[in-house]
Design a protein around this ligand. Structure first.
Ligand code: SAM
Length: 202
């Protein structure tokens, strides 16, 4: 896929929601697991600075081409878990993390994310969870046909060549860990086999 391509898939389906949320606060945004940068490109016009981090050099190279030089974006080729906690004045008003949390250890990753948020900042995770309970399987089964239909209506999903991983934790397990690490976090099951998790640093 070429540098500036716009595409649709089960992750970009959430981009408008994420951008609308982030632009209410503006300021600095960190996209963890930015892949090839489409979300950063969409966030950048609405915020002061959009920073992306991803350990996949190829994806970051493609993000660099997409975003060009001199924009209000920064790219870091690296592991978020090794990223130093910024000083208070450089913390983020918004952190986005799309289809990436399950690539990391859940509890340490959430703990690390909370250290990067400015007071009043919001963490916005769009995640994948494993099917473990009867409810998980039933909901996934019921969603299958409507999701196939949406895929067709959107012209199909495009392969974008980013790293994939199988989720390990179920939504119940994610909710339990999130409530311990991020008191008041809200996690809910969403369409496209995804959940969203939001937390405000009050
Ligand atoms: C399924 S892709 C999602 C990419 C992008 N967010 C999207 O929606 O297209 C998961 C991304 O997480 C990145 N990733 C994996 N481990 C990571 C880590 N420790 N820190 C930051 N990103 C990571 C992968 O390199 C990959 O680009």
């Amino acid at each position: 896929m070429s540098g500036k391509a716009i595409y649709w898939n089960h992750n970009t389906a959430f981009h408008a929601e994420l951008v609308n949320d982030a632009k209410r606060r503006g300021g600095r945004v960190l996209d963890i697991g930015c892949g090839e940068g489409l979300l950063l490109e969409r966030l950048a016009p609405h915020v002061a600075l959009a920073v992306g981090i991803d350990p996949d050099n190829d994806a970051v190279g493609r993000a660099r081409k997409r975003l060009g030089a001199g924009s209000n974006t920064e790219l870091i080729a690296g592991d978020f878990m090794a990223m130093s906690v910024p000083p208070p004045e450089e913390r983020y008003q918004t952190i986005t993390c799309v289809a990436t949390l399950h690539h990391m250890e859940l509890r340490p990753a959430l703990l690390h994310m909370r250290r990067f948020l400015a007071p009043g900042g919001r963490l916005l995770v769009v995640g994948l969870s494993a099917n473990k309970t009867a409810t998980d399987y039933i909901v996934a089964g019921l969603h299958m046909m409507p999701i196939k239909l949406m895929d067709k209506l959107q012209g199909g999903m495009q392969e974008i060549g980013v790293k994939l991983a199988e989720p390990r934790e179920s939504l119940d397990e994610i909710k339990r860990t999130a409530s311990e690490v991020l008191p008041g976090a809200k996690a809910k099951r969403r369409f496209y086999y995804r959940y969203t998790l939001t937390w405000v640093n009050i």
